[in-house]
Design a protein around this ligand. Sequence first.
Ligand code: KIV
Ligand code: NA
Length: 264
Amino acid sequence: TAPITVPELRARKARGDKIACLTVYDATFARVLERSGVDVALVGDSLGVVVQGRPATVAVTLEQMAYHVGCVRRGLERPLVLADLPFASYVHPHQAVASAAELVRAGAQMVKLEGGRQRLEVVKALVAEGIPVCGHLGLLPQSIHRLGRYRVQGSDPQAAQRLLEDACLLEEAGVDLLVLECIPATLAEAVTAEVAVPTIGIGAGPHCDGQVLVLHDLLGLWFEGRPPRFVQDFLAAGGGIEEAVRAYVEAVRQGRFPTAEQSY
Ligand code: KIV
Ligand code: NA
């Protein structure tokens, strides 16, 4: 089947077809994603946690991101490869374009960056170079030292209103996709209705246009106490790794994941 393109993602939203996204960091698992029907392969800076064993994503470098993007790229053909711009690699438009270009040369087809209204000039500069951008609102792991801990965002009315505005501003600036992390399901639903670009949720309820999970979490590889409620071990149902990823993709497509109990 044909590779997933940016216009195809928009068409999915227009048709009401859900987008299945999953993180991946190497070629072997990339092959599993390819075979399981995953639409978007996210080379997330979560690799700092699940691959490098760090407490947060902020230590991940551009060079490390490019290395993992290359590894993933060689393992798949159909899924769209989305790569995180790492912490502090997109402060100025010039720097952002140079950073994103590294990831595109390594095989990324779209780059993701965290933040709303403070990123508009950067988004415009990337789009002007022809680089598709995915926004990321809600819980922003690269801001962990300001946040103090990982928790639900956008719960009070002002924060919710601000997030909704940020989503609209990012869309105007030219993003083609929008990740919503750890926000109330009702807020994610409102954002999804408001913008024409597809929303991809993680801990953002069932109403987003697609879902994303960290690969290791989906495989039940969670060792730090109790996982957050939106994490589901798809390997627990039995079968192998490929079946688990396929079960996740099917659950996303059919709107069975996440459930209300797995949402905020
Ligand atoms: O790095 C990552 O894995 C992510 C997803 C959780 C959205 O940004
Ligand atoms: Na990330």
